[in-house]
Design a protein around this ligand. Structure first.
Ligand code: MEV
Length: 424
């Protein structure tokens, strides 16, 4: 294929077998295109049932942030992520915090919300839905029997008329236990449709889960003696003060808060991806939560108190440990095994601690040496590989690049030449 020609995949591509699709992709790219093999050929039949038109898997590095102490228990946390410094930063911060008592964490019950929007409901008639709630409860209790048997199921509802559209919004709150809940919530919403239409005299416009997971929250906190934060000529007190200031900044300035929260999500989303969770749902929920008060804010806070830096986080987390795509691929099942087969609230607690550690690492770097030094240190290994270093050379060359502080391919190639000649 030349750069100008559009890619020609055959008609009915989605109807081919996964092997035929890969062949078609290779043909369309160029018969000699070898990178199709890089798409990962194991578990193809699984990819084929997970999504439509699958051609393989896109490999994302899986790393393990080791040695997190959370509620007195040790965890090694799997993280799938493409950004070089993320696992390193989590491991560093997790280790530092864990050496001083670790994280305390909590999680709420896994309550999610399904929405039914009704149009054409006469003024005041929405009260009828509340009056006849027991009928709806009975309907949903029957519909959610197996979830009910696992301790979850329908909990309650709320009804609101939306001021602009006049639509009546019914929220069904459901305990989904260890699943993310999308299928279950959508089924429940659709199951209650006819009854809600009859009760309200209106017609359902749409029924769907909400990714506002504000009732399924988790949090974590830690305390570090400020002495552990001293760096060079910067005292621990001053480093802690600067971290506190940076966290206040993320409460004040939304355009800083979004980057601050991106740092949190470096941890949370990497864990979500490693365990086969829906990263988009988790991220949508967190960003919605971040602006629940009308202004987008950071989801962590840091405070200095009597010789300690205290960090805490609270955020909605719809992380599942069963159902959907979670654990379906053996790699995600392995990730859950590494985490000691947690239930959903436990996974959410681990994610909260990881997100907090990730954010702490970012703020600590930002208010001390700056973020770029560490980032470029990690980038140097990529440069070494691109310059042609092999095996053990990669690490050696990366160290030389980082030491030299010149981060471009030409400098890397020169250093590789010197390395191979045995020059120091
Ligand atoms: C980079 O992936 C994340 C940071 O930008 C987070 C932050 O600025 O707090 C370093």
């Amino acid at each position: 294929m030349t750069g100008e020609e559009p890619l020609k995949l055959p008609k009915g591509f989605r109807k081919l077998s996964v092997t035929q699709r890969r062949e078609a992709l290779r043909e369309a790219l160029a018969p000699s295109e070898e990178r199709v093999e890089a798409l990962g050929a194991d578990h193809l039949e699984l990819a084929d049932v997970m999504i439509e038109s699958a051609v393989g898997y896109l490999p994302v590095p899986l790393g393990i942030a080791t040695g997190f102490l959370i509620d007195g228990e040790r965890y090694d946390i799997p993280m799938a992520v493409e950004e070089p410094s993320v696992v390193a930063a989590a491991t560093y911060a997790g280790g530092l915090i864990s050496s001083e008592g670790g994280f305390s964490s909590w999680a709420s019950e896994p309550i999610m919300t399904a929405q039914v929007f009704l149009e054409g409901v006469a003024e005041g008639r929405e009260a009828e839905i509340l009056r006849r709630e027991p009928q709806l409860r009975a309907e949903l209790t029957a519909g959610l029997a197996s979830m009910q048997a696992r301790g979850g199921g329908y909990r309650d509802l709320s009804v609101r008329r939306l001021p602009d559209s006049g639509l009546v919004r019914v929220h069904l709150h459901i305990d989904v236990r260890d699943v993310m809940g999308a299928n279950l919530l959508n089924t429940a919403a659709e199951r209650s449709r006819a009854l809600l239409e009859e009760m309200s005299g209106g017609r359902a416009l749409l029924c769907i889960l909400s990714n506002d997971a504000g009732r399924r929250r988790a949090g974590a906190s830690f305390r570090l003696p400020v002495a552990r934060l001293a760096r060079g000529s910067l005292s621990g007190e001053e480093a802690a003060r600067r971290i506190e200031r940076a966290s206040l900044l993320a409460q004040e300035d939304p355009s800083r808060a979004v980057t601050h929260n991106k740092g949190v999500m470096n941890g949370v989303s990497s864990l979500a991806l490693a365990t086969g969770n829906d990263t988009r749902a988790v991220e949508a929920g967190v960003h919605f939560w971040a602006c629940r008060e009308g202004r987008y804010r950071g989801v962590t806070t840091f405070r200095c108190t009597e010789g300690f830096l205290e960090g805490s986080i609270e955020l909605p987390l719809a992380l599942a440990t069963a159902g959907g795509s979670v654990g379906l691929h053996p790699a995600t099942a392995l990730a859950l095994k590494l985490l000691k087969e947690p239930d959903s609230p436990r996974l959410c607690r681990i994610a909260a601690a990881l997100g907090l550690a990730q954010n702490f690492a970012a703020l600590f770097a930002l208010v001390t040496e700056g973020i770029q030094r560490g980032h470029m240190r990690h980038h140097s290994a990529r440069l070494a590989l691109a310059a042609g270093a092999k095996d053990e050379e990669i690490r050696l060359l990366a160290a030389r690049i980082a030491e030299g502080g010149v981060f471009n391919l030409q400098a890397a190639a020169e250093l590789l030449g010197q390395l191979r000649k045995g020059s120091p």
